[in-house]
Design a protein around this ligand. Structure first.
Ligand code: IPE
Ligand code: IPE
Ligand code: MG
Length: 263
C-alpha cells in the first residue's frame, strides 16, 4: 500500500464537506466497546478487538481528509480499575496495534506521538511506542496522537509542579506565568487544541480527557458504539461541525450586532 492521496475539493464536496469548514484537530473518546460485545453475548474484549478496525478506518480517513491531528483516547489513567484480565488483554491489543500498524503509519506518512504516563506501562509496550515514534519522526503527514494511561487532572497537576519548580529555581517569575506557560507544560505542548471532540456510545461526559485543551472544542456525541464507528459517522460529525457557529465568547462576524459594533 502506498501513501493515499488527500481528497480533492471535488471529492470533499461529494461527501458534503468543504475544506475551509473542516476541523483541523479531532479528538475522540472511543467508548462502548464493552457494550457492543455484551449486546452480542461476546466477552468485552471482543469489542476492544473490533474497535481496532474502527481505529484503522478513522485514522486513514482523517489522513485523507487532510486533518492536521487526530487524538484518540485509548486508555485512561482511571481504566486501571478494570478487571486484571481485561487490562492484560487491552495492553496486548495495544502492543499488537503498535507493531502491526507501524508500517501503515509510515506508508501514510503520519507523524506519531503518545501522551500519558507511558513510564507506568509494561516495558515491552514502552519499547514499541519508542520504535513507532522514532520510525515516524521524519514524516510530515497528519499527527496521530494516542492518549494512553492519560488523565487530564494528572497532566495539569504535573504541569503545575514543573512550573512551581521553575519559579523556585528563579527561572520564571510568578507574574510571567501565562496561559501559554501552562499550555507549554502540558503533554500536548506544541499541538493545536481540538476543534471537535467526538464521544461514541452516548455518554454525556468528558472522563478526564484533555480538560484544558477542549475549552472551546465543539462536542459531538453519537449513540454509535465505537466498533461500529466508520467513515460515515465521521463525515456526519464533520458536517455537523461545519454548521456550528463558533464564537469563542465573541459574536458571529455576520450577525447584526457584530456588524453594528464594527461600523
Ligand atoms: C472504551 O470502551 C474502551 C476503553 C475504555 C479502553 P469501554 O470498555 O469503556 O466500553 P463500555 O463503555 O464498557 O461499553
Ligand atoms: C473513557 O471511557 C476512556 C477511554 C475511552 C479510553 P470510559 O469508559 O473509561 O469512561 P467512563 O468510566 O464511562 O467515564
Ligand atoms: Mg466506557
Amino acid at each position: 500500500m502506498s501513501r493515499e492521496l488527500p481528497y480533492s475539493d471535488a471529492q470533499l464536496e461529494a461527501l458534503g464537506l468543504a475544506r475551509d469548514r473542516l476541523a483541523r484537530h479531532i479528538a475522540i473518546i472511543m467508548d462502548g466497546n464493552g457494550r457492543w460485545a455484551q449486546q452480542r453475548g461476546m466477552p468485552r474484549i471482543e469489542g476492544h478487538r473490533r474497535g481496532v478496525n474502527s481505529v484503522r478506518a478513522v485514522v486513514e480517513e482523517c489522513s485523507r481528509l487532510g486533518l492536521e491531528q487526530l487524538t484518540l483516547y485509548c486508555f485512561s489513567s482511571e481504566n486501571w480499575k478494570r478487571p486484571k484480565l481485561e487490562l492484560s488483554l487491552l495492553m496486548s491489543l495495544l502492543r499488537r496495534y503498535l507493531v502491526e500498524e507501524r508500517k501503515r503509519i509510515n506508508e501514510q506518512g503520519l507523524r506519531f506521538r503518545v501522551i500519558g504516563r507511558t513510564d507506568e506501562l509494561d516495558p515491552a509496550i514502552q519499547k514499541e511506542i519508542r520504535i513507532t515514534e522514532e520510525s515516524a519522526a521524519e514524516n510530515d503527514g497528519m499527527m496521530l496522537c494516542l492518549a494512553v494511561n492519560y488523565g487530564s487532572r494528572m497532566e495539569i497537576t504535573d504541569a503545575v509542579r514543573a512550573i512551581a519548580e521553575k519559579v523556585q529555581q528563579g527561572e520564571i517569575h510568578p507574574d510571567e506565568i501565562s496561559e501559554q506557560t501552562v499550555a507549554s507544560h502540558l503533554m500536548t505542548s506544541g499541538m493545536p487544541d481540538p476543534d471537535l471532540l467526538i464521544r461514541t456510545a452516548n455518554q454525556l461526559r468528558i472522563s478526564n480527557y484533555l480538560l484544558w485543551q477542549i475549552s472551546y472544542s465543539e462536542i459531538w456525541i453519537t449513540d454509535c458504539f465505537w466498533p461500529d464507528f466508520r467513515e460515515e459517522q465521521l463525515h456526519q460529525a464533520l458536517k455537523d461541525f461545519a454548521a456550528r457557529d463558533r464564537r469563542f465568547g465573541g459574536l458571529n462576524p455576520s450577525s447584526d450586532q457584530a456588524a453594528s459594533n464594527s461600523s
